[in-house]
Design a binder for this molecule. Structure first.
Ligand SMILES: *Cc1c(COP(=O)(O)O)cnc(C)c1O
Length: 426
């Protein structure tokens, strides 16, 4: 296929896209900016702007402390109930609270206590660093008999199921995995891994940060135990928005939060001097949430529920497959290697391309010298450019334009005008 034929195909795909109308629900300041980093930080839903104005002016400014009862106090559980269908969970199994790192700590700690006597945690070497740091800290905290075992990737892209299974033994207390790996977008089979871990007597804690809002997730159908995830990625909750956590109904009363804050108490406003864990999912709350950030989450998840995860996941696959076909037909001799699984069933909603000049190519996309189109993917060490496809607002034409820019940047050596010096946030 030529570039022109691919462009026509992209336009056809856009015209048939069942999610077309959702792009206008997001604030898009310029059509010349192609945003391909929704996997790391989602765009601003237009409704969020008006909502935040209301929260600040009316709720904070006028209603003052009354807003706790009227709008704020129940929000952590209400938002949890709205996130539940996005991840295949039931009402009362999800809350919004703290950060993903803290939620991972709380749930992993609780699981290790419940699994007393078993002393290993299993994860993998594609996992997000904060997850491994938290687990390393827990190992230290729990004592010298505790160990963290990591399944190893052969190719830095995938983890073989057999390799992971070989790490899970009768002594495994907990398996902690990212459903979708942050660099390569490798996706586990949630069902199969959960079932195997259960056979071995282990619990599984899934980090859904790079998956929630992008791919269909069946926590209940897979009998999943525990999960955490970010709301500022595909859920479009805004900078620093608090994270979510999920605990299977049957486990809630058996697990205790290691951070016994007053929001997790049965009746915080009785101010009892002794902690009594709340019944149900509320026991995993800690303290006062960042209310402005918390309130900002709702419009993004409302849009996702309206669009439906099945349709979102289907478009995600089509966007990624289209991009991979462009890499194959148009970018063949430009030094790129695909750094993600080829099979859609094994991939989340971003595609990584590896290139020796990845960092500077990324810079050229973001700060174009010979184009009016600014494209924002991101760079991950050592040589990955991640292209995040957010089905609610990414168009096929944008994917096509991205391939054309990549071609131009390499052909004209436009990347040569940039320094290899890295910024703080890449
Ligand atoms: C983004 C991400 C995080 C971030 O955690 P924070 O506590 O919000 O900083 C954690 N884990 C994974 C897998 C992620 O992708």
């Amino acid at each position: 296929m030529t570039a022109d034929q691919n462009r026509i195909f992209a336009e056809q795909l856009d015209s048939k896209d069942p999610l077309r109308k959702f792009r206008s629900r997001f604030y898009i300041e310029s059509e010349n900016t192609i945003y391909l980093d929704g996997n790391s930080f989602g765009r601003l839903p237009i409704k969020t702007k008006a909502l935040l104005t209301e929260v600040v002016e009316k709720q904070w400014g006028t209603e003052l402390i009354e807003s706790w009862n009227q709008n704020w106090y129940q929000k952590s559980t209400q938002l949890g109930d709205k996130i539940a269908p996005i991840i295949g969970a039931t009402q009362g199994e999800v809350i919004v609270s703290d950060s993903t790192s803290i939620n991972l700590y709380k749930l992993a700690h609780a699981a290790l206590k419940l699994q007393k006597g078993k002393t290993t945690i299993v994860s993998d070497d594609l996992n997000f660093p904060t997850d491994l740091y938290i687990l390393q800290g827990l190992i230290k905290e729990f004592g010298p008999e505790y160990q963290l075992h990591l399944a190893q990737s052969n190719d830095s892209i995938t983890i073989e199921t057999e390799e992971l299974k070989s790490k899970i033994t009768k002594n495994t207390a907990l398996v902690v995995l990212s459903l979708v790996a942050f660099k390569s977008a490798f996706m586990y089979q949630l069902n199969e891994i959960t079932e195997y871990a259960h056979q071995m007597g282990a619990l599984v804690l899934w980090d859904l940060s790079h998956a929630a809002g992008a791919v269909e997730i069946e926590l209940n159908k897979s009998n999943a135990d525990l999960a955490v995830g970010c709301t500022y990625k595909y859920l479009n909750g805004g900078p620093g928005s608090p994270a979510f956590l999920y605990v299977h109904k049957d486990l809630q009363e058996k697990l205790s939060s290691p951070i016994q804050g007053w929001f997790g108490d049965a009746l915080p406003f009785e101010f009892d001097l002794n902690y009594r864990p709340a019944k149900g999912i509320r026991r995993f709350l800690t303290g006062t949430p960042p209310v402005l950030n918390l309130m900002a989450i709702e419009p993004g998840i409302d849009i996702i529920n309206e669009a439906g995860m099945a349709t979102i996941h289907q478009k995600s696959i089509r966007l990624s497959e289209f991009f991979l076909s462009l890499v194959e037909t148009e970018l063949r001799n430009y030094g790129f290697e695909i750094g993600s699984p080829i099979k859609s069933a094994n991939r989340g909603s971003h595609v990584s391309l590896k290139h020796d000049e990845a960092y500077r190519i990324c810079q050229a996309l973001i700060h174009p010298k010979s184009s009016t189109t600014r494209i924002i993917p991101d760079f991950r060490d050592p040589d990955n450019i991640r292209f995040g496809f957010t089905p609610l607002y990414t168009t096929f034409r944008e994917v096509w334009l991205t391939a054309q820019r990549l071609k131009q940047i390499i052909k004209d050596k436009e990347y040569g005008q940039f320094s290899t010096q890295r910024s703080d946030v890449t």
